[in-house]
Design a protein around this ligand. Structure first.
Ligand code: NDP
Length: 445
């Protein structure tokens, strides 16, 4: 594969999409060795067909705020690839949402979903709607207005959306409610639904728990069996971050930081179970800011900064893309960080990834480490199709085994001659090979 040529062509065809270019480049650079063993891929122009989404929808959403003003937002759905199953991927509501970000997320999702071993293709969607400060009624009206358009393109065997940044159980429920009404069917078209109407136990916890399970698999290769004595820096304080913290605490880790888009808190005594309960309440009930934690517990709060300068042995970025840059990575390494496992999607810049790989620490990219969320979404789809509900223990066991399986695939494809496991290469290659084989088998489409 002529990686540079492929990338240049994509950049020319899709200019001004830096996040998409970044994600594609990272994957192409790492799959080259395996790709070159298959000349039939080149003949079928597989790489271009795999990098460009199957289709992209963009539409205007019009809704009315509480003051009676008519508002408009843009919304999108990127259906990237359905070679191994129906399109599957979350919806993101955030002011920064734009085609480049959703396109990178849909591209990443395709490989992540392939890694889970479940039959799911890749997609992503969202809107530049900013949910902060909106009333429940405004959130509901926006979700309903968005579904008036989106419902036509999704379905239980076509495309199954879920949550992401700014889209939790409340938003999924409003979107699902409107979908159900318009489509006149009660099917598993969304995952992350409430337990009362088809949701799966452990789905809210799945991404965070899964990240810790993946981390434990990595640590066990170094003979480390629990998190006792480990000092853990987490970013974010949303769904992924809070359940990551919960599982880390259960396994004996000391969590010292959490953040939101305004700043981070540093608690040198560690976030206890009781303090974490406060964060859950703060975020889910009052929809407050992480700063209030510092005010309540009297610890340090740093406005407008990220937590990576604090001394830790494990870093678990769980907020957003490109939140660890090259300098942050250097600080983490200088402070003795031995493992980075990504709860967020693409939180490390290419410079940061290079620094981690050069230092040969345990480094798990998001598409492997945070695949627990979509895995349990896949299990939710299975339960919906079978019209049954598994117990918490059953789902948790399946999640553990999926994360162990993903780890195994990374080791298989990512182990270097010197024994170092390059999890980036491993995850990208394993995910790519599965999708590539399915596409080849299905002919030129
Ligand atoms: P939430 O909306 O629940 O939480 C996001 C958290 O990150 C909030 O604390 C938010 O702060 C913070 N954040 C968002 N944008 C920024 C920013 N630009 N700079 C700094 N902080 C920011 O989202 P999730 O926890 O669901 O998602 C977090 C990450 O995990 C995303 O990258 C997502 O794609 C990824 N992910 C999520 C999965 C899931 O199952 N939910 C599955 C796999 C990956 P604030 O409140 O101030 O906005």
């Amino acid at each position: 594969m002529k990686t540079e040529l492929v990338l240049d062509a994509l950049k020319r065809r899709f200019p001004n999409e830096p996040e998409y270019h970044q994600a594609v480049e990272e994957v192409l650079m790492t799959i080259e060795d395996e790709y070159n063993k298959h000349p039939e891929f080149d003949k079928a122009n597989l790489i271009e067909r795999l990098c460009i989404p199957d289709r992209m929808f963009s539409f205007r959403v019009t809704w009315t705020d509480d003051k009676g003003n008519v508002q408009t937002n843009m919304a999108y759905r990127f259906q990237h690839n359905c070679a191994i199953g129906p399109y599957k991927g979350g919806m993101r509501f955030h002011a920064s949402v734009c085609p480049s970000i959703l396109k990178f997320l849909a591209f990443e999702q395709t490989f992540k979903n392939a890694l889970t071993t479940l039959p799911m293709g890749g997609a992503k969607g969202g809107s530049d709607f900013n949910p902060k400060g909106k009333s429940n009624a405004e959130i509901m009206r926006f979700c309903q207005a968005l579904m008036l358009e989106l419902w036509k393109y999704i379905g239980p065997e076509t495309d199954v959306p879920a949550g992401d940044i700014g889209v939790g159980g409340r938003e999924v429920a409003y979107m699902f409610g409107m979908y159900k009404k318009l489509a006149r069917e009660h099917t598993g078209t969304f995952t992350g639904k409430g337990l009362e109407f088809g949701g799966s136990l452990i789905r809210p916890e799945a991404t965070g728990y899964g990240n810790i399970y993946f981390l434990m698999n990595m640590l066990s290769t170094k003979g480390i069996k629990n998190l006792k004595g480990q000092v853990i820096a987490i970013s974010g304080s949303g769904n992924v971050a809070t359940y990551t913290a919960e599982k880390a605490l259960q396994l004996g880790g000391k969590v010292i930081t959490m953040s939101d888009s305004n700043g981070y808190i540093y608690d040198p005594d560690g976030i206890t179970r009781e303090k974490l309960d406060y964060i859950f309440e703060l975020k889910n009930v009052y929809r407050g800011r992480i700063k209030e934690y510092a005010e309540k517990y009297g610890c340090k709060y740093v406005e407008g900064a990220r937590p990576w300068g604090e001394k830790c042995t494990i870093a678990l970025p769980s907020a957003t893309q490109n939140e660890i840059n090259g300098d942050d990575a250097k600080m983490l390494l200088a402070n003795g960080c031995i493992a980075v496992s990504e709860g967020a999607n693409m939180p490390s810049t290419p410079e940061a990834v290079k620094a981690f790989l050069d230092a040969k620490i345990l480094y798990a990219p998001g598409k492997a480490a945070n695949a627990g969320g979509v895995s349990v979404s896949g299990l939710e789809m299975t339960q919906n199709s079978m019209k049954i509900a598994w117990s918490k223990e059953e789902v948790d066991e399946k999640l553990k085994s999926i994360m162990a399986n993903i780890h195994e695939q990374c080791v298989r494809y990512g182990t270097q001659k010197d024994g170092y496991v390059n999890y980036v290469k491993g995850a990208n290659t394993a995910g790519f090979m599965k999708v590539a084989k399915a596409m080849m088998a299905q002919g030129i489409l």
